[in-house]
Design a protein around this ligand. Structure first.
Ligand code: FAD
Length: 448
């Protein structure tokens, strides 16, 4: 007889996990509060497009859902095109290898593709318009559309950063999910195509860094770009401060003047599109006995500045599958516990990395010292490949655990600071000092 499992949430994590678990002897019910996005006119996802990188691709591939169709919908971005206030655009590449690029992907395309895969599995039932409004895991109950449902099998909460399942686990454990707010919010604006062509280079992630705020733009297949403006929620230069067309155009004229001609409906987008919150989340405990687990954003949401939230959620699914493989008897208590133990510190580290990368993106990229350190990091990687891997590379182009990347990144930064000090040209760096520092402070590391 097959065991049952219930997944709450059919966003990005739920359907990938469902596809993976459908390969085992399990019957899976997946509850989603919204309508089936494949049938509804309006897709109400959180961001229109996302950056997909190594961890996400590896996980999709291993689950057999990285189809040719999905792959052909990706747009490679090889670096940051930094739009300076002067109007000049400075290209800063992401890595020192041809394989070092991230991919712009439509949230709608990836979500639909994952749901389509789930739907082909005979042991999966997806139930749309079914909102889990509460859970009482101690008494084996969840509440769906305000009706109590008895549940005698494990429940996995893939229900995003406001997870009902995470709240119930926290209540039982006497802990509290910790929400990290950064006082900045975001809004999406559109740079449409002109004469059916992209208005900017589509193979770059565009950023307009302005120290205390920034705008970014990622390409879409229809030759548009989705821009995301990040700035304070309230106070000077904030979403609440800009409340008239005049203020909006004055603000853009002052800070983002080269984008005014690109965004065809600036005031329409700005005043009609919602302002989104930027939330980081640390859930202290992810598992409860053999009854429940949270995964993806439900366990560890992050701010979007490393483009890793979805990638980490997909990597969760990959790691979860490897643990399930170890337990042919489906010992859920052990599986959930091991998953939590393996992933929790890495998820916390990703939040730290992402918070830090906001400063890098909105400010550091404007500084000569940052550019110098970046170039030197590439040289050190060429010269000491077994020891020195630039931080962005570790996070986006390898599957080195986030905690290791964070820790090594800090050590590497100290080495870079020491080597870059008083250096005229990066090519002239002191190789023997580098060798001494690197072999003293770093151990060998494998990229994969
Ligand atoms: P969600 O996407 O939130 O999905 C949760 C699902 O559960 C939804 O379908 C929801 O309707 C459903 N649900 C919620 N509550 C209930 C309930 N009570 N009952 C039933 N169903 C429920 N990540 C990247 O890797 N790269 C990026 O470039 C990137 N950019 C981003 C930009 C922005 C502005 C934001 C906000 C996030 C970005 N992310 C990015 C992060 C990424 O969006 C998330 O990490 C990802 O969506 C997590 O997927 P999830 O399925 O865990 O959660």
């Amino acid at each position: 007889m097959k065991n049952n499992i219930t997944i709450i949430g059919a966003g990005l994590t739920g359907p990938l996990l469902c596809s993976i678990l459908s390969n085992y002897s399990l019957n899976i019910d997946m509850f989603e509060r919204s309508d089936d996005i494949r049938k509804s006119e309006q897709f109400s996802g959180r961001s229109i497009n996302l950056a997909l990188s190594k961890r996400g691709i590896k996980s999709l591939r291993s689950a057999g859902v990285y189809t040719k169709e999905l792959e052909s919908s990706l747009i490679p971005m090889y670096g940051r095109a930094v739009h300076l206030s002067t109007g000049k655009i400075d290209f800063q590449k992401y890595g020192n290898k041809n394989s070092h690029y991230i991919n712009s992907v439509s949230r709608e395309v990836i979500n639909k593709s994952l749901l389509n895969t789930c739907q082909t599995r005979s042991n999966v039932k997806i139930k749309f318009n079914m909102k889990c409004t509460g859970a009482d895991l101690i008494n084996n109950e969840i509440i769906v559309n305000n009706k109590t449902v008895r549940i005698n099998n494990p429940v996995i909460g893939a229900d995003g950063y406001r997870s009902v399942i995470a709240k119930n686990i926290s209540n039982i454990e006497g802990t509290k999910p910790e929400y990290v707010s950064i006082q900045h919010s975001y809004k999406e604006l559109t740079i449409g195509p002109r004469n059916n062509e992209y208005q900017l280079d589509p193979n770059a992630l565009h950023i307009w860094p302005r120290r205390d705020m920034m705008m970014i733009a990622l390409p879409n297949l229809d030759r548009s770009f989705t821009c995301t403006l990040f700035m304070r929620s309230s106070g000077k230069n904030s979403f609440t401060d800009i409340d008239t067309k005049e203020k909006l155009y004055n603000f853009f004229e002052k800070y983002f003047s080269d984008s005014i001609g690109l965004i065809s409906d600036l005031d329409g987008d700005f005043f009609n599109n919602p302002t989104g919150n930027l939330i980081g989340l640390r859930v202290p405990k992810w598992n409860y006995l053999d009854k429940a687990l949270v995964i993806g954003d439900a366990a560890h949401a992050t701010v979007p500045f490393y483009g890793q939230g979805m990638n980490a959620a997909f990597e969760d699914c990959y790691i979860f599958s490897k643990i399930v493989d170890k337990y042919s008897d489906m010992d859920w208590k052990q599986i959930f516990y091991e998953f939590y133990e393996k992933r929790k510190t890495n998820a916390d580290s990703l939040l730290d990395l992402s918070l830090d990368n906001y400063r890098v993106m909105r400010s550091d990229v404007l500084d000569q010292s940052h550019a110098k350190k970046q170039q030197l990091a590439f040289l050190l990687n060429n010269d000491f490949p077994e020891y020195f891997i630039p931080l962005y590379t570790m996070v986006s182009f390898t599957t080195i655990p986030y905690k290791t990347a964070l820790d090594r990144g800090k050590v590497q930064d100290k080495i870079l600071c020491e080597l870059v000090n008083n250096l005229d040209k990066v090519e002239n760096y002191n190789k023997s000092l580098a060798n001494k520092l690197i072999t003293k402070y770093l151990t060998k590391i494998d990229e994969n």
